[in-house]
Design a protein around this ligand. Structure first.
Ligand code: HMG
Ligand code: MG
Length: 308
């Protein structure tokens, strides 16, 4: 059986936007440097599989993330598909200048909900990260770019342990106040469980943030990403981040493994009769091809089940 039986459930959206992060979140965490032509082919294959938002790369410091040091070259050589958005990560004004030179239309800044991770990932304090982002968002908007804001460590931090829900909401609200159009709530190390997701989303609702401006970004370290996604869908979330084949992690976060695999997400959503526009067979073929490039099998259960 190559597809689940479609049985809708009550209280869920009819359509979900999958925000594909494999080419960025996935490849940033690979030990090997993937050739730029392979990255360009990955972007092409993901678009061909029906994904319409594909995070392409990061304009971060090349010494911090050597895996994505070819961002300028990738954007100069890939073949964009009409109707597909290719956002990139941008931490600061230097990164924004590179993104503008590359003709990028959509960017994402990435903040931390904790002090330790702000320092380890951005070389800034929790407070001073906002001063770095402020001119980025203002200038990006002057250039008519859309800006997404990530909040990392929303459900737990490997150095600080538990993270208070109010702290996450405070950081998220500040990104919205700066002018971010969407917030992606990151479970960077995959420790969230479903009740925690519901509680965080209801805290955002209580603070006046509508579910329509929120996305969820689950890493699957403890196998909870699909359960957490269902909790998020029940809370009205309609944008879910995932990475083809379950690639991913964050090089500056201990214990961060791959994201929720896009194939696992599509199997769930297809089964719930929720529209995504993604062709699961083409996506699996892409992840099998990518796994060959990386020299190891995909961790996605759905890829493994359908690959044969
Ligand atoms: P810094 O060392 O404090 O930078 O790094 P600086 O502002 O002091 O500048 C130092 C030098 O770097 C200068 O050069 C700058 O021009 C240059 P010099 O004048 O000395 O010759 N520089 C740059 N060069 C190219 N591109 C740039 C850039 N910026 C400065 N953008 C910085 C601060 C933010 C740059 C650094 O900490 C950094 O690049 N961090 C990125 C870390 C990263 O990419 N982490 C992974 C992404 S986050 C993630 O995965 C989580 C997420 O998936 C959600 C979740 O799971 O929770 C999004
Ligand atoms: Mg991530």
């Amino acid at each position: 059986m190559r597809a689940p039986t479609r049985v809708p459930a009550q209280g869920l959206p009819e359509q979900v936007t999958i925000y594909e992060v494999g080419a960025r979140d996935g490849l940033q965490n690979e030990a090997a440097i993937v050739p730029v032509e392979v990255k360009a082919e990955l972007l092409a294959r993901l678009a061909d599989a029906g994904l319409r938002t594909i995070e392409a790369t990061s304009f971060v410091h090349p010494k911090w993330v050597p895996q994505l040091a070819d961002a300028d070259e990738l954007l100069a050589t890939y073949a964009p598909v009409a109707g597909v958005r290719y956002p990139v990560l941008v931490p600061n004004e230097r990164g924004l200048a590179r993104a503008i030179a590359a003709g990028v239309a959509d960017i994402a800044i990435f903040a931390s909900a904790t002090e330790t991770f702000a320092q380890r990932n951005l070389n800034r304090t929790l407070e001073s990260q906002f001063a770095m982002f402020e001119p980025v968002v203002a200038q990006a908007r002057e250039h008519a770019m859309t800006v997404r804001g990530y909040v990392s460590m929303c459900f737990g931090d490997p150095w600080e342990g538990q993270v208070a829900i109010e702290q996450v909401v405070r950081v998220g609200k500040r990104l919205l106040d700066l002018g971010c159009a969407q917030l992606s709530l990151g479970d960077t190390i995959g420790v969230a469980t479903a009740g925690h997701v519901t509680a965080l989303l209801s805290a955002f609702a209580g603070a006046g943030v509508d579910a329509s401006v929120l996305a969820v970004h689950f890493h699957d370290t403890y196998g909870q990403a699909l359960a957490n996604t269902l909790a998020a869908l029940r809370a009205g979330i309609t944008t879910v981040d995932a990475s083809a084949g379950g690639l991913g992690g964050c090089p500056y976060a201990k214990n961060a493994t791959g994201n929720l695999a896009t194939e696992d997400l599509v199997w769930l959503l297809d089964g719930l009769d929720i529209e995504t526009g993604v062709d699961l067979d083409k996506l699996v073929a892409t992840s099998v091809w990518m796994a060959r490039q990386l020299g190891r099998p995909s961790p996605s259960r759905v890829v493994r089940a359908l690959a044969g």
